[in-house]
Write a protein that binds this ligand. Structure first.
Ligand SMILES: [Fe+2]
Ligand SMILES: [Fe+2]
Length: 260
């Protein structure tokens, strides 16, 4: 089984890249399931129903998210609805008592969203949250293939999660920093791992924002209104091959594409 995981999709440039790249990529690589982190889909902050469906109608099957999930309030009432009601969107499972779900099963794959706690809002422990999710999954005869989007800032916390879940899930894929890392590998017990997939957003930017205002913020220390940059767009993703019976990962490869 072949799964594509796409890094944080940023605003209109990100949506445009998904629409122009993903449908043909699915065909070309025989991809069974596409997961994308959608936390920055609407103007860089959160996602709306309209922007979510711009991805879901163009080859994305499941949306994960992160700390920006609450930025567009209009999506919140739809977050408790399952795929049968139309919105395959999850938020980090370790939010203590929030609307929505942190786990979703789609086409024989269990997708889990967790968020780190280092340099991030203080949530429940993501490690213990993963234990509970996996115990519940075992008890309910959930699919063998389990993909975890670990939305976190610190590389150490992400690597620790990779080792913590090695052999227990098919993949631990990092998101949030918007900068892809080169450490993709299959860990010894069969879990595909990468610290960060990266983003789907404007190349000439500071983590997708227009350079000028970010520079001004650093030079003066004063707040600046940040906008999504323009120009060529990069789509950062990883392609993961998984044995459907055992749930073990076979390979993980980076797949990065630029459109003008
Ligand atoms: Fe993001
Ligand atoms: Fe984030």
């Amino acid at each position: 089984m072949r799964i594509l995981m796409i890094g944080d999709v940023i605003g209109k440039p990100g949506r445009r890249a998904i629409q122009s790249i993903v449908p043909s990529l699915r065909q070309e690589h025989g991809i069974d399931l596409v997961i994308a982190n959608g936390e920055n889909t609407a103007g860089g902050f959160g996602l709306t129903m309209e922007t979510a469906y711009e991805l879901l109608d163009h080859g994305v099957d499941v949306l994960t998210s992160g700390n920006h999930i609450w930025d567009q309030k209009e999506i919140i009432p739809y977050m408790d609805k399952g795929p049968e009601e139309g919105l395959p969107l999850i938020r980090p499972a370790n939010y203590p008592d929030a609307p929505g779900r942190g786990v979703l099963i789609h086409q024989d794959v269990m997708v889990v969203n967790l968020m780190g706690r280092v340099f991030m809002p203080p949530l429940d422990c993501p490690f213990r949250a993963s234990d509970k999710i996996l115990a519940d999954a075992r008890a309910s005869d959930a699919p063998a293939v389990i993909i975890v989007d670990f939305h976190a800032e610190a590389t150490s916390e992400k690597q620790a999660m990779g080792w913590y879940l090695d052999g227990r899930v098919s993949a631990v894929v990092g998101t949030h920093t918007h900068v892809g890392t080169v450490d993709k590998r299959v860990l010894p017990q069969g879990t595909a791992y990468i610290t960060d997939v990266g983003m789907t957003g404007p190349l000439d930017s500071v983590i997708a924002s227009e350079v000028g205002p970010v520079m001004e913020r650093f030079l003066t220390g004063m707040p600046q209104r940040l906008t999504v940059a323009t120009g060529p767009v990069i789509m950062n993703s990883v392609l993961i091959d998984v044995d459907k019976e055992s749930g073990k990962a076979l390979t993980i490869e980076r797949l990065d594409k630029v459109i003008s």
